[in-house]
Design a protein around this ligand. Sequence first.
Ligand SMILES: [Zn+2]
Length: 330
Amino acid sequence: MRASPISPTVDFSAEGVQHGFLRLPYSRDDSAWGSVMIPVTVVKNGEGPTALLTGGNHGDEYEGPIALFDLARTLKAEDVSGCVIIVPAMNYPAFLAGTRTSPIDKGNMNRSFPGAPDGTVTPKIADYFQRTLLPLADIVLDFHSGGKTLDFLPFCAAHILSDKAQEAKSFDLVSAFGAPWSMKMLEIDAVGMYDTVAEEMGKVFITTELGGGGTATAKSAGIAKTGVSNVLKAAGILKGSVEATDTTWLDMPDGNCFSFAEDGGLIEPLYDLGDRVKNGDVVARIYPVGRTGVAPLEVKAKMDGILAARHFPGLVKSGDCVSVVADIVD
Ligand SMILES: [Zn+2]
């Protein structure tokens, strides 16, 4: 396979703190020989594990970028045993545009793996993570939130894996993150995800959903900042003990956790995040908006549990994810 067109302005093997860029040539109307300059920080000190920390995989999710821009400016080499690689905004063009996908090629970073060095901008970035950054890492934390269209209970998550030792290490790191909720996460479609390729490489991979609606709150940003610090402490990269927090474990046992809209309209939520729901409960109504006097469509929960995620905007389209119900694990 051809070499990646991305050239880093930092040296991943050098000791100390470096702030630089992953420079990706991108020739366009307003910049003939221009580049996409993706900010990166590397903090390395002696022997120890390497953590790869990313936010902005989707460009409209803000807790990760907040925690990671903050960590990048404050982390000192003497605090670290090993290496921390920080990319606060992985899909940087999407992050600058405030959109889930890239405005350049409409690429959804988390459906673009393993990427391609001869693809458009998004697959080129994915390929650089696939072949250059992921192989350097022992642990990987990729921040997500609901973006403009979903809102989540704040949770850290890992996936059920066939390698049970790798799975146990991942769930230990989820516990260490210390979000109010911790999730055994099921994906609607895991193909093309950063998560999937990292796990296939044997990395200890954790992710988050820390809120949504296309913004962050003081609380959700605080959870992200404490969480990343806890993860680095649990990995032995930062000194100090993990800040003890109560977390409630949740499970997404099968596809019945998801409910999708079968028509568009005005959504009326009947439950809020964290509320308990029963199988068959109407979690939301969708009113047709073309005329009055028409009964709304009912969207029902398909399992018992608590409402872990919901559609965010007030209008919904056919096929949108309306709700996610999760089991409380005792
Ligand atoms: Zn996301």
